[in-house]
Design a protein around this ligand. Structure first.
Ligand SMILES: CC(C)(COP(=O)(O)OP(=O)(O)OC[C@H]1O[C@@H](n2cnc3c(N)ncnc32)[C@H](O)[C@@H]1OP(=O)(O)O)[C@@H](O)C(=O)NCCC(=O)NCCS
Length: 164
């Protein structure tokens, strides 16, 4: 009998996002958020699924990283500095690529970027209902440091921080 075939997952590559990648990352955000439109306020959904033009403008102040596997863009994250602290934004991973360390690799890239830019801490806000995100940030050593009630279009928001 032939031995069972072993399928080796291709490595995850995380790199700085360039203007060339804008159509792909906008498509990723649509794939992640549009199926969840019933649970996300419309204004947030609009902000989280930018057009190519909107995303291009946001790149002026925000550094983005993209995760690729086998050439396909499967995850993205943004980070920017304000008052010496780094805020993480727009973290998303394709549904069929989850629980394989993609968000971990992206968040670690953001943390490295923050360190390199002399940031004192990294923080992120996440809708309370996004429990996957909360679990992931805690797993990466972030502590939950606050809860803002009805803060984003009436949604409760949890705050997580990692002091560097
Ligand atoms: C949250 C999200 C980014 C996680 O991406 P991911 O690539 O699956 O995360 P990772 O594989 O790096 O997970 C690392 C660890 O986080 C925790 N974690 C991640 N997803 C989890 C879930 N659904 N439930 C419980 N723990 C979870 C686990 O401890 C996991 O390690 P394990 O798989 O060895 O148990 C992804 O679920 C996503 O895109 N969700 C929708 C968008 C979103 O919520 N973005 C965050 C906005 S702030």
């Amino acid at each position: 009998m032939a031995p069972p075939k072993t399928v080796t997952a291709k490595p995850i590559i995380v790199e700085r996002l360039t203007h060339h990648d804008i159509p792909e990352i906008c498509a990723l955000y649509k794939r992640v958020w549009e199926p969840r439109k019933a649970e996300i306020p419309a204004d947030l959904l609009k902000a989280w699924t930018p057009t190519a033009l909107e995303f291009s403008s946001s790149m002026e102040g925000v550094t983005y990283f993209a995760a690729r596997r086998d050439g396909k863009l499967i995850g993205g994250i943004g980070c920017w500095l304000d008052d010496g602290a780094c805020q993480i934004l727009h973290l998303a991973v394709d549904v069929d690529q989850r629980r394989q360390g993609v968000a971990t690799a992206l968040t670690n890239a953001a943390i490295e970027w923050a360190r390199h830019n002399n940031s004192f801490s990294v923080w992120v806000d996440a809708l309370s209902k996004l429990e996957d995100a909360g679990a992931m940030f805690k797993r990466l050593g972030f502590s939950e440091c606050g809860l803002l009630h009805r803060h984003q279009w009436s949604e409760d928001v949890r705050l997580f921080e990692k002091v560097l």
